[in-house]
Design a protein around this ligand. Sequence first.
Ligand code: ATP
Ligand code: MG
Length: 426
Amino acid sequence: MSGPQIAAATSATLVGAIILLTVAFLITKFCRKKKLQKNDASILPVKTSSSDGTPPNFSSKSEGSATEAEPIERFLDEVLRDRPVRFTPQQLIAFTENYSVKLGSGGFGEVYKGQFPGGMHIAVKVLKAGMDKRAEEQFVAEVGTIGRTCHINLVRLYGFCFDKALKALLYEFMENGSLDHYIFDEQNRLEWPKLHEIAIGTAKGIQYLHDDCHQKIVHYDIKPANVLLSRDLIPKVADFGLAKLCERDSDSYNNMTLNAARGTPGYAAPELWKPFPVTHKCDVYSFGMLLFEILGRRKNLDPKQSESKEWFPRWVWEKIEKGDMESILSLSGISEEDRERGERMCKVALWCVQYEAEARPSMSSVVRMLEGEVEIDPPLNPFLYLTQSEVLVNSDQWTGTATNDLTWTGTATNDLTSKGTSKDQR
Ligand SMILES: Nc1ncnc2c1ncn2[C@@H]1O[C@H](COP(=O)(O)OP(=O)(O)OP(=O)(O)O)[C@@H](O)[C@H]1O
Ligand SMILES: [Mg+2]
């Protein structure tokens, strides 16, 4: 090779090396930029994008293409599913427009409608004051547990506020409100097959709490007001964990109404009023009472009814005992086509409200029985322990329903312990 040829080859190699180095530099820079973008996305504020029941997403779409943002969104979505987000009182004021729309109130506090900045609707439950320091710490721990539950038939907890002056829980908003509004109104807006589906979905939600959570969760307050309906009428059990939160500490327990902390009269199992061990079977009992209310489309206790129908569960038992299914079906508006499912629901309800907790089925059996996967034995009389004189009175003054071995003369929302006397004590 001649001198000029060598010089030309050397400069060509040099140019090639420079080009290679430049390309390598550009690739490194590009990768670094991508990485930074990704980190930035993880500290973006909450940005909600839909009102269709999907969880709020932290979106990075404005930073890049939809394809680039998808893994980040998926990741953050999972984080959100796993752990509820903490909000400040100021954020809650903004979300609820200063608590302008009240959805209702219950034993734990008041519920307001709200909206995340992206437009997604939420329900904000402002808890009654009264927690002490230890209970406060447990509130956070407990929210962690409850927030990890994820099931189609449980209301999602998106976040919470934990401030000296304000404790609140932020839930997914349920467009169709609570089941009680549907079964207790005169218009029969839901057909019986839909109610049957709602009963099964509710049972599955409770089954999940009992069997499939990291930690078994006992609800203690199953009733139609705690079954919320989505836009598509999918039932979702609400307020699970709240009773548990209140119970952890005796002071906070006393500050909540006992009605809320240990069930609601008419749905609460006998063991909640008596010195018997309390297990998850108390939820089975309450679910049975809910089934009766679905069947009758009425409150179980209705003083306006004739004496024999005043307390619906016992009326159902009397009919079943006589083999008179027809009366139950016609009263419930169940067509011949749905007869089998109707009969099954009656039997399941009667099994669920057995006086002895051990005699009640598990929620997984309840689901199978309602779905017709297993034969149902003829139920035993759950009301053997009742005497006529112990049976109820009127809806304001409660002299026991389900248990009926209580004579309690307080109003349904007050502290029961101070006023109740059980038959055993008498
Ligand atoms: N996530 C929600 N979406 C829409 N409405 C809701 C939501 N949570 C509660 N509500 C409404 O607020 C009302 C009050 O609910 P709250 O849970 O405070 O009382 P409750 O269910 O009657 O009694 P309890 O205190 O025993 O649960 C409900 O009946 C329902 O109509
Ligand atoms: Mg509730």
